[in-house]
Ligand binder design. Structure first.
Ligand SMILES: [Zn+2]
Length: 514
């Protein structure tokens, strides 16, 4: 055993013996451990004297943090976003901010067919990052933890690593650094953030492949894993670091936003038929349907505020009747962004049976660090599964629910149909804003399969209800645009996921022999 190993082993015992019970000792311990990590990375003075560090690289990020896969099954294939031409510039000169600030620039595209050119054309994006947004790299995290305003907590042991808990002065939520007791290098950092679907979401960022750059040890591999399903959220390979880059080579940091508040969103209510309304907020929503004793709402889209606005607007429609159930078309995190909010009002949830697992996970996760409507008003989930079809019916109303077929974007989905009113309620079967359509046969296939005859479509996405003739005109245009996109890409020697387009408005296209 080397001397360093003996010290580490002694520390493990010490930490186990004293740990959180002796806060003063814990503070001292934590600071000593972080200082050792700084020494291992190149020396505390050197790290604190850095003006900037720039890294470049490429990788993959999980679309919707794993909540955008084709189904909510934990073993459904992850949809990845490709990240290319990434440059992250840490400005470490400003001592006002613990951990400095970073300008994150990337190009991204979807590694799956997407409904807009914006998901395919690798647009350049940039984000200004501060506070806990820079805790995902060991250098900025260590500087943040050692910042004079940061409160250090206890030291614990986890799988052979020494873990220091700390709290930034302005965030008040805990964060952690895991240090390898042999190398003293940071092995991971961890922090908590609010998530509309998942409540408190804890991310662990893992670091591998440290190499020296101008005397500073920096990791070449970054991986992020969530505390939900152990979902890998980021896989990133760094291909260069530059330390103390001359100012003229650096990107310009955007000025902080002046902060003109956006106008408060409002629920827009449109009456479609007696006892049937469209209720939407910010271009997304769905129908509210009256029954003898209650109202039923389609979709809990967007987030908490959006969904509560829709529920409140619906509850004002008929004296004495309240929304008591929500139909969830499919599990995608935008379509279930208000699920926890709906549960906080005690709504029962109706969806395809295959979505029960992921919906239960969303319903049961805690929101302690970032309380939300559900943690303030807890309600157990009541889930009503739909298999192939189900009818909600009483003396006043018949609402048929059907399982969506022929749909590669959401195999576990349902749509609604009001036969008397000839109104169809759907999410992601049609969207007037889509530029490209890759599952263009789905709408007509479902109409044929279930022998229904809708005249009006009430989509989740869009300005509101539209006639079926318009839905099919949109779909034809979107399929044609996808075909054109594929032909253009192929002419440049690029073969894109989803190309060639497999469906036209009537069904699968004819195969060419190959
Ligand atoms: Zn959607």
């Amino acid at each position: 055993m080397t001397m360093r190993r003996i010290i580490a082993a002694a520390c493990l015992m010490l930490c186990a013996a004293f740990g959180p019970a002796h806060p003063a000792l814990a503070q001292e311990d934590a600071r000593a451990m972080l200082t050792r990590a700084a020494e291992a990375m190149g020396g505390l003075e050197r790290l604190q004297g850095l003006h900037n560090v720039v890294y470049t690289g490429f990788g993959q990020r999980a679309y919707f943090q794993g909540g955008g896969n084709i189904t909510g099954d934990a073993l459904a294939p992850t949809k990845w976003q490709a990240l290319a031409d990434v440059q992250r510039t840490f400005d470490l000169s400003d001592d006002m901010l613990p951990g400095g600030r970073a300008l994150y620039q990337e190009r991204w595209g979807q590694e799956f067919p997407f409904a807009g050119l914006f998901g395919m054309d690798f647009p350049r994006r940039e984000t200004l990052q501060t506070r806990d947004q820079v805790l995902d790299h060991p250098l900025s995290a260590l500087l943040a933890a050692l910042h004079r305003g940061t409160t250090l907590g206890e030291v614990t042991e986890e799988d052979g690593l020494l873990v220091v808990r700390f709290t930034l002065s302005m965030t008040r939520t805990p964060a952690w650094i895991g240090i390898d007791p042999v190398t003293n290098l940071p092995r991971f950092t961890r922090w908590v953030a609010p998530h509309t679907n998942l409540g408190d979401l804890t991310t662990t960022a893992w670091f591998s492949g440290y190499l020296p750059f101008a005397g500073v040890q920096l990791p070449m591999g970054l991986m992020q894993v969530l505390d939900w399903r152990d979902q890998v959220n980021l896989m990133f390979q760094i291909d260069s670091y530059r330390v103390n880059v001359p100012a003229e080579q650096l990107p310009r940091f955007p000025l902080p936003m002046a902060g003109r508040p956006a106008p408060a969103p409002r629920a827009e209510v449109t009456r479609l038929a007696p006892g049937v309304w469209d209720v939407r907020v910010n271009g997304a929503g769905g129908a509210v349907v009256e029954f003898a004793n209650r109202l039923v709402m389609f979709e809990a889209y967007g987030g908490e505020a959006q969904t509560l606005l829709r529920i409140d607007a619906a509850n004002r429609l008929v004296p004495g009747k309240q929304v008591e159930a929500v139909i969830v078309s499919h599990h995608h995190f935008d379509h279930t962004g208000g699920l926890r909010a709906a549960l906080s009002r005690g709504l029962e949830v109706i969806s395809h049976r295959g979505n029960e697992g992921i919906i239960r996970e969303m319903a049961e996760r805690p929101a302690v660090h970032f309380p939300d409507a559900l943690s303030r008003h807890p309600h157990p989930l009541r889930f009503i599964p739909v298999d192939d079809q189900m009818v909600l019916e009483d003396a006043t109303r018949r609402l048929e629910l059907y399982r969506v077929i022929e749909h590669s974007h959401m195999p576990n989905a349902v749509f609604g149909y009001l036969p008397a009113e000839r109104i169809l309620l759907e999410g992601d079967l049609a969207d007037e804003a889509w530029q490209l359509h890759w599952w263009g046969s789905a709408y007509a296939a479902n109409i044929r399969h279930y022998g229904i005859a809708p005249e009006t479509n009430v989509p989740v996405h869009g300005a509101g209800p539209i006639p079926m003739t318009q839905v099919f005109a949109n779909t034809r245009r979107q399929i044609e645009a996808a075909g054109e996109y594929c032909r253009t890409a192929e002419a440049r020697g690029r073969f894109v996921m989803g190309c060639p387009v497999q469906y036209n408005v009537d069904g699968a296209t004819t195969l060419e022999p190959r």
